[in-house]
Design a protein around this ligand. Structure first.
Ligand code: B12
Length: 214
């Protein structure tokens, strides 16, 4: 079985909620020495993207979507320990969370996993995070970045509120603010005065390093 074929089968197994097949194929990808990051992006996440389409086409409903995300998490648990991890003496510190009102956390978790594997110190606030907590924790841990995720149009303005609060407290310049998630765009990032937006987790890591001057 070649790589592309394996990714395709993992993606299909996520869509079909086949836990055991995902487990078997993710283990196989490790036996074949395929980098875990690649299997996550091209197999598991590709499958979840397809699930998103099926939900939008009303082929799948919330219970199916939730089961698919459980299947994806089984694969993630197998692959996560095998992501190559860089070590840094003076790590960049990132606070990350999903903004208040939103419980979608698959994308945020991926950004967290990829960021940690790049030797960045990540403080994960979880999902449905009260907006002020982003700032409180960033101040406590002396973070360099505040990263916010949301998948819903109804909660995206929470990101602006956080930036406005930073301005109000005269600490906007202490942090780079990065945002992402389905409805977010570069245009929205510019409008609310965020420092960066990226479309996926791999780009997020590159951008953090770039903005931190590493
Ligand atoms: C999975 C899913 C769910 C799961 C969530 C499971 C979980 N633990 O996350 C469940 C079934 C629970 C769910 C529930 C709901 N959902 Co839902 N869900 C989805 C679905 C199908 C896929 C989202 C997903 O995980 N994608 C895969 C991940 C990997 O992609 P991602 O999150 O975009 O992340 C990548 C990038 O965006 C980026 N990124 C993400 N975050 C960040 C952060 C930073 C800083 C950076 C730089 C980058 C970055 O990197 C990630 C990895 O590469 C989408 C449809 C879709 N097409 O997106 C709907 C969707 C997001 N859901 C939607 C809705 C409405 C809901 C509900 C309100 C439904 C309801 N009536 O109850 C509830 C939410 C309740 C709440 N208050 O939170 C709507 C939102 C519509 C809107 N107005 O914006 C969508 C768009 C579906 C639709 N078309 O209607 N949902």
């Amino acid at each position: 079985m070649n790589e592309e074929n394996l990714f395709q089968q993992i993606s299909e197994a996520v869509v079909e909620m086949e836990d055991e097949i995902v487990e078997e194929l993710c283990n196989k990808s490790l036996e074949l020495s395929i980098p875990a990051e690649k299997t996550i992006t091209k197999g598991l996440v590709a499958g979840m993207d397809r699930v998103g389409q099926l939900y939008e086409e009303q082929e799948y409903f919330l219970p199916e979507v939730l089961t698919c995300s459980d299947t994806l998490n089984i694969g993630l648990d197998i692959l996560k320990p095998h992501i190559r991890t860089e070590v840094s003496d003076n790590p960049i510190k990132v606070v990350i969370g999903v903004v208040e009102g939103d419980t979608h956390d698959i994308g945020k978790n991926l950004v967290k996993i990829m960021t940690e594997s790049a030797g960045i110190e990540v403080y994960d606030l979880g999902r449905d995070v009260p907006l002020k907590n982003f700032i409180t924790v960033a101040e406590e841990v002396k973070a360099n970045f505040i990263c916010m995720s949301t998948l819903m149009t109804t909660t995206m303005m929470g990101m602006k509120t956080v930036i406005d609060m930073l301005k109000e407290y005269n600490i906007r310049d202490k942090y780079k603010v990065m945002i992402g998630g389905g409805p977010i765009s570069q245009r929205f990032a510019d409008e609310i005065g965020a420092d960066a937006y990226t479309v996926d987790a791999n780009e997020a890591v590159k951008r953090i390093k770039l903005l931190a001057g590493n």
